[in-house]
Design a binder for this molecule. Structure first.
Ligand SMILES: Nc1nc2c(c(=O)[nH]1)N[C@H]1C(S)=C(S)[C@@H](COP(=O)(O)OP(=O)(O)OC[C@H]3O[C@@H](n4cnc5c(N)ncnc54)[C@H](O)[C@@H]3O)O[C@H]1N2
Ligand code: MOO
Length: 415
């Protein structure tokens, strides 16, 4: 049986090709850009007011003090969106500006409205102190300069990126096409009904995988439930989908050693270029992967226990998706182990765990009770996957453990 590292190396070598497409940036959430994106303009476009108040030229205040105040004539009021052009500006003049208004030439500083003293006729303001230059002003190009890099290629587009694209007038971008994943559940016991006999099991795996599709970058296509006698039907389904828009076929269940576990024997009938079955991990040991020869399609057989399916999706299918879409390998973040933990040395363990932070800012991870792969309650209590590495048995309290988000890429948090 191969270990997790070897399995991941096989996945890296088994890339399938995904085409590019150009899309509107408003629809780019969670897509992957295939080119570096540069800023087409300066932002802010013009030097503008950060506060509501009055713009003046600071040099006009150089000789002003409490004993020697000066009146500044108000020329006009400029709001955000107004053309700021003025014909002639003389010394000791001011313009009223609203936040976001462009500041006309000659003026170089702003006095907030709260500090303004007006003359009785309200046509001028009175200044009785020296005012520093560049107060409450946002300079043109001070955030983004034209041609500056906005994001590198291979970024998972986040809401902050969409804010930048829209601010900078970036209308469309080239991204990887969304992957199509066809998913089958298996087993005579699996039912889509609510009221079931004790010998039946409600289908949850397909709903879990479907629920990941928004955050984990794929289109979910429902294949239905394969029954124990559906071996031939399943083979035909693969045949058909090798000539379809489907990129990856995923099944849950029927991959271990039982009488009805037909997934491995059916998949092996096809011409495969890469393959593994069984990895030294828990949960999910019976996992199967295959790449079909001569076609850009891949197959994952996830073990049927709900937590085995979840862990195998997170630690096999998801890294595979990121790699074929051109995203850098996700890095774990580390948290201090709260309780000691023991496992078999040559197995990698994916652990349902709870991540918390201490009052002084340390991240801590607790291994939850009930790690068996049928147990849902501990999964509900958990908020993080802890990866306990191959090659070590005893994990002591305070040891640093690799953590992976169960709801999206770690890359979204730690760039
Ligand atoms: N003799 C052996 N038996 C088992 C082995 C082994 O190596 N030798 N491996 C065990 C391990 S580890 C796992 S994990 C399971 C996985 O087996 P399968 O992938 O064949 O899964 P099934 O037997 O079809 O189902 C297991 C379990 O999960 C439930 N299930 C399946 N699909 C769904 C679904 N869509 N929604 C909810 N629950 C589902 C199913 O009812 C079973 O209870 O094999 C061990 N056995
Ligand atoms: O490893 Mo299985 O995936 O224990 O339950």
């Amino acid at each position: 049986m191969i270990d997790y590292k070897k399995a991941k190396n096989i996945l890296i070598k088994s890339k399938i090709n995904i085409k590019d497409e150009v899309i509107n940036t408003s629809k780019s959430l969670n897509r992957i850009n295939v080119q570096d994106i540069y800023c087409p303009v300066n932002y802010p476009a013009g030097t503008n007011a950060a506060f509501d108040g009055f713009a003046i030229n600071s040099k006009d205040t150089s000789t002003i003090n409490k004993k020697n105040p000066k009146e500044f004539k108000i020329l006009k009021s400029i709001s955000a969106g107004d053309n700021p052009k003025l014909n002639k500006v003389k010394k000791f003049q001011a313009v009223e500006v609203m936040t976001g208004a462009l500041i006309p030439k000659y003026f170089d500083t702003i006095i907030p409205i709260e500090k303004i003293v007006f003359t009785n006729n309200k046509k001028s303001i009175v200044i009785n102190e020296k005012i520093k230059t560049n107060q409450h002003i946002r300079h043109a190009g001070s955030d983004y300069k034209k041609n500056e890099l906005v994001i590198n290629k291979g970024t998972i587009i986040q809401p902050s990126h969409i804010l930048a694209f829209k601010t900078l007038g970036i209308k469309s971008i080239k991204v990887k096409k969304k992957l199509n994943i066809l998913f089958f559940s298996t087993g005579n016991e699996i039912s889509n009904n609510i009221d079931i006999a004790d010998w039946k099991v409600r289908n949850s795996n397909s709903h879990y995988i479907k629920s990941l599709s928004n955050n984990f970058l794929f289109n979910y296509i429902e294949g239905g439930i394969l029954r124990d006698k559906d071996e031939q039907f399943f083979k035909k389904q693969i045949d058909k989908n090798l000539r379809s828009k489907i990129d990856i076929i995923v099944t849950s269940g029927a991959v271990s050693a039982g009488k009805h576990d037909f997934i491995p024997s059916v998949v092996k009938k096809f011409n495969l270029s890469n393959f593994f079955k069984g990895v030294a991990i828990r949960p999910g040991k019976p996992i199967l992967f295959a790449k079909f020869k001569g076609s850009e399609k891949a197959f994952f057989g996830l073990p049927g226990n709900p937590i085995s399916s979840s862990a195998c999706f997170r630690f096999f299918v998801y890294p595979y998706i990121l790699n074929i879409l051109g995203v850098k390998e996700e890095k774990p973040f580390k948290a201090k182990l709260k309780n000691s933990f023991f496992k078999k040395k040559n197995f990698t363990r994916f652990i349902k765990a709870r991540l918390t932070t201490t009052h002084n800012g340390n991240l801590e991870i607790k291994v939850l009770k009930g790690q068996e792969s049928f147990r849902i309650k501990s999964f509900v209590e958990s908020n993080i996957w802890g990866l306990f590495k191959h090659g070590q048995s005893n994990f002591k309290k305070s040891e640093l453990i690799d953590c992976y988000s169960p709801i999206g890429s770690n890359i979204n948090i730690f760039k």
